[in-house]
Design a protein around this ligand. Structure first.
Ligand SMILES: *[C@@H]1O[C@H](CO)[C@@H](O)[C@H](O)[C@H]1NC(C)=O
Ligand SMILES: *[C@@H]1O[C@H](CO)[C@@H](O)[C@H](O)[C@H]1NC(C)=O
Ligand SMILES: *[C@@H]1O[C@H](CO)[C@@H](O)[C@H](O)[C@H]1NC(C)=O
Ligand SMILES: *[C@@H]1O[C@H](CO)[C@@H](O)[C@H](O)[C@H]1NC(C)=O
Ligand SMILES: *[C@@H]1O[C@H](CO)[C@@H](O)[C@H](O)[C@H]1NC(C)=O
Ligand SMILES: *[C@@H]1O[C@H](CO)[C@@H](O)[C@H](O)[C@H]1NC(C)=O
Ligand SMILES: *[C@@H]1O[C@H](CO)[C@@H](O)[C@H](O)[C@H]1NC(C)=O
Ligand SMILES: *[C@@H]1O[C@H](CO)[C@@H](O)[C@H](O)[C@H]1NC(C)=O
Length: 775
């Protein structure tokens, strides 16, 4: 691994032998240094036995260092002048003139693991082929700050001779003819390069040119051999070009350049041409048919257009036929009751009167219509149609709402009904008293309550409600008497969080207990929304919570006056506090932990995406760090202001009165109140920004305080958070891509995870990553 090697330099001296017999009195010394010794470091100083001589006749290097790795100062110290590399040369025998004598110093390098850094092309920041500066996620101009590298672009590249410097670890990619850590040592070499240089641009009927070049060799003659074994020989030149026009499969095969130097040694290199693809948008055996794919589909030489899920046809011009969806329309829709099926993901859009994942459940509990959003008006035990809310009366009732009596001959019926009505009333009163006095209050799972909450949720979020199964509340219910509340760890206007202990059959468990302080309808809804999301997440994972990046639910207490959500206790607190406390951590920790936390949250977003639930408040303050250093997403809506009151702004929109995290919100969420997994991705971009600034408060257009309308105006103009000082361009591009206007063009949580892992992989030594990914 690459370590900070200043201070680690171990120099050992020993006198190998002192040859007293020889009249020249050549002295020999040995010194051993690690290969990563810093340039400028003194590695040897001639012992001062002959200080007088040193003063009279200054020291000088005579031989043993053809490529200038060392400087010898006048007073006989050896200083490293250029980067060393054990794999290029591990021993140097230097001869130094000191005074009237010659001194031999043997410098032995030791191999340092992980040095020099590897130029990993997989993790290379790709070059934007068109040189555009548009914000395509992966089209990143290489090394934006020329000659700099590292997470904060504050380290200087040492690459010479036109070598490319890796943006993350500073490794050099040597051009042909050079070797060494900084590509400054000549290498005898023969190379083949092609134009166009990008293999993707080499396709059937393209024209290419092979350039054969010889480096640091006295050329005798140069031979180019082509696949049909014919060759071309040139004498005394170090460079030759070879054109292959209108490439056909018969041109495929090895192209070899062989050089013989003036002393009879040979060197060769081979380039294998393997062209099998047609030019973009063409197909067929002769690549002469046009694809013309729609929907951004790619064109395969033999298969034609490869359609994205939900599309079919030779040019992907048709949506999947009714009842099918997915890639190649190969999957069957499961939607029932005339629901339409999304051709892309098979999701059902229920018709009025039906709900559930496959729209198989009719509206219940006196509701009807689209998304069961309307209330039946049917009276007197009439059956209400789940589709249009019409009432099927039972005799003797009639009328549209079944609240009129049949005005017919059976007068006496009315009389007999009166006592019946009073009896029902009496029973209701007795029940109410029993309930109030607590006799019925603690009855086992209160399904009526659960259904009520479910309907409330369904009004807010259909998908969330669909993820829950009957009895969801009861299954997580814990007893208040088993909870011992402890110190307050967060407090706000709507709720508070205490550390507490919960008695369980397995022993006592440290928990964070969240509770609603004021019983207003908003906080009541938030409470159940959070409870429902956590239950849904845990149900989906079937109780296996080890790998989830969503805070673990321990239980719920809903049957007491004070309602609690019990969560795992995270001793390291929230990410925002962590960031703000880590003002001067070193860079390694920055990469290791902080981007690692971002990866964890990207995974949490994937979990929510699978459930089609939006978090609505992804921000550093809502991420908790567990004892094992895992970041977990928390705070699904309760106690908005528990952690940072000034980060929420009161909405000033008709009919909306809530505190909103404006500076974290996606444009569409601010404008229309719409929250989706893509709007969470926007907020995630702001979270990345918080990480890159170590917890600064987001600041748009130089202003900290912004009203609702100002915020919309600023975002509509395309203004976004600025690149934090020192933030790598790659990371900032990832943020910018999260803040695109059109939600569908933002990256997916999965894509974000992949991108972050790439960024991180290039920054960190591999062993650390292995450990982290296991977690
Ligand atoms: C040799 O000279 C350099 C400056 O040129 C000085 O830094 C170093 O301490 C000197 N070393 C000895 C052993 O005198
Ligand atoms: C080595 O010597 C050269 C020429 O005298 C000088 O330019 C260079 O800065 C020296 N390097 C170090 C590390 O002292
Ligand atoms: C380069 O990175 C990729 C993926 O990150 C990895 O699989 C590969 O082993 C790395 N190569 C080297 C030489 O480190
Ligand atoms: C290859 O070169 C020929 C002749 O110079 C030209 O007509 C043809 O268009 C070129 N092909 C491509 C793909 O550029
Ligand atoms: C090729 O030879 C010429 C002189 O004949 C020389 O100037 C040039 O640097 C050499 N190129 C390489 C790559 O060695
Ligand atoms: C071999 O291929 C080269 C060009 O690729 C061509 O000029 C030459 O005529 C071919 N020779 C034979 C024997 O086919
Ligand atoms: C190229 O060199 C390798 C050894 O480096 C040798 O095995 C091989 O036969 C050579 N190829 C040709 C075509 O000369
Ligand atoms: C050429 O590439 C194809 C895949 O693109 C591969 O299957 C084939 O083996 C390659 N042929 C040679 C000669 O490398």
């Amino acid at each position: 691994m690459a370590v900070n090697f200043q201070g680690l330099l171990v120099v050992t001296f020993w006198v190998v032998s002192v040859n007293l017999l020889c009249s020249a009195r050549a002295q020999e010394f040995g010194v051993s240094v690690p290969e990563n010794v810093a340039v400028g470091e003194t590695i040897f100083s001639l012992p001062g036995t002959r200080a007088g001589e040193k003063a009279e006749l200054p020291c000088a290097k005579i031989e043993g260092d053809p490529y200038g790795r060392f400087n010898v100062t006048k007073n006989c110290t050896i200083v490293v002048a250029n980067p060393l590399d054990w794999s290029v040369q591990s021993t140097y025998l230097l001869t130094i003139r000191s005074g009237v004598h010659n001194t031999r110093v043997k410098v032995e390098l030791s191999d340092v693991e992980g040095y020099p850094p590897v130029y990993n092309e997989t993790c290379e920041t790709p070059v934007n082929p068109n040189g555009q500066t548009g914000d395509l996620l992966y089209s990143i101009n290489f090394a934006l700050e020329v000659g700099k590298y590292g997470f904060l672009c504050h380290k200087t590249c040492i690459c010479k001779n036109g070598a490319r410097c890796h943006g993350f670890n500073g490794a050099c990619k040597c051009p042909p003819g050079w070797k060494g850590v900084s590509c400054d040592i000549p290498k005898q070499d023969v190379s083949i390069t092609t134009t166009p240089s990008d293999p993707r641009d080499i396709y059937i009927s393209a024209n290419i040119t092979l350039h054969c070049e010889v480096h640091h060799v006295d050329v005798g003659y140069l031979t180019v051999t082509v696949p049909n074994k014919s060759n071309k020989v040139s004498f005394g030149i170090n460079k030759t070009v070879f054109h292959v026009p209108n490439i056909q499969p018969t041109n495929n095969g090895p192209y070899t350049c062989q050089v013989r130097d003036t002393r009879g040694n040979t060197l060769n290199t081979t380039f294998v041409l393997n062209v099998t693809n047609c030019a973009p948008d063409t197909k067929g055996a002769r690549c002469d048919e046009v694809c013309g794919c729609l929907q951004g589909a790619s064109c395969d030489r033999w298969a034609g257009c490869v359609c994205p899920p939900g599309w079919t046809g030779t040019r992907c011009q048709r949506k999947c036929p009714h009842g099918t969806y997915g890639k190649d329309c190969a999957r069957k829709c499961t939607c029932q009751n005339w629901a339409t099926c999304d051709p892309n993901d098979g999701r059902c859009e229920c018709q009025a009167g039906w709900y559930g994942m496959d729209c198989s459940k009719p509206c219940k509990d006196g509701r009807f219509g689209w998304r069961c959003q309307q209330f039946c008006a049917c009276k007197n035990s009439a059956v209400c149609s789940n589709v249009h809310g019409s009432c099927a009366c039972v005799t003797p009732w009639t009328g549209p709402d079944c609240d009129q009596l049949q005005t017919s001959r059976d007068e006496p019926l009315l009389e007999s009904l009166v006592p019946l009505g009073s009896l029902v009333l009496l029973v209701a009163i007795v029940m109410a008293i029993l309930y109030k006095t607590g006799i019925l209050a603690c009855s086992t799972p209160d399904t009526a309550e659960e259904d009520k909450i479910l309907f409330e949720l369904r009004r807010m979020e259909q998908d969330l409600a669909q993820s829950l199964q009957p009895g969801w509340l009861g299954r997580w219910e814990k007893k208040i008497k088993h909870l011992t509340p402890g110190p307050l760890i967060g407090e706000g206007m709507f709720g508070l969080v205490r550390k507490g202990k919960l008695r369980t059959p397995e022993g006592e468990l440290a928990v964070a207990a969240k509770t609603v302080r004021v019983e207003d309808s908003q906080s009541y809804r938030d409470f159940y929304r959070e409870a429902a999301i956590l239950v849904a997440v845990h149900q989906q994972r079937d109780g296996d919570c080890r790998e989830s990046n969503i805070v673990r639910l321990v239980g719920l207490i809903t049957k007491s006056a004070e309602k609690y959500i019990l969560l795992e206790y995270a001793p390291k607190g929230d990410l925002l506090g962590f960031l703000r406390r880590s003002g001067n951590i070193n860079e390694k920790d920055l990469f290791g932990n902080l981007l690692g936390y971002a990866v964890h949250i990207a995974r949490a977003l994937q979990e929510l995406e699978r459930l089609r639930i939006a978090h609505r408040d992804v921000a550093a303050r809502n991420v908790l760090i567990t004892a094992d250093d895992v970041a977990k997403l928390a705070d699904f809506g309760l106690a908005r202001d528990v952690y940072a009151a000034n980060q929420y702004i009161r909405a000033n929109r008709p009919g909306v009165d809530e505190l909103l995290p404006l500076k974290w919100m996606a444009l569409e969420s601010i404008e229309t109140g719409e929250y989706t997994c893509q709007s969470d991705v926007w907020s995630f971009g702001v979270l990345l920004w918080e990480i890159a600034t170590l917890g600064k408060d987001p600041c748009y257009d130089g202003r900290m305080q912004l009203s609702f309308l100002q915020m919309v105006g600023i975002l509509r103009q395309g203004i976004r958070l600025e690149r934090p000082p020192g933030c790598p361009e790659d990371l900032y591009r990832l943020m910018r891509s999260c803040w695109r206007d059109v939600p569908d063009t933002r990256p997916t949580p999965e894509g974000i995870e992949e991108r972050l892992l790439q960024l991180r992989h290039a920054l960190l030594p591999h062993d650390v990553i292995e450990m982290e990914t296991v977690v």
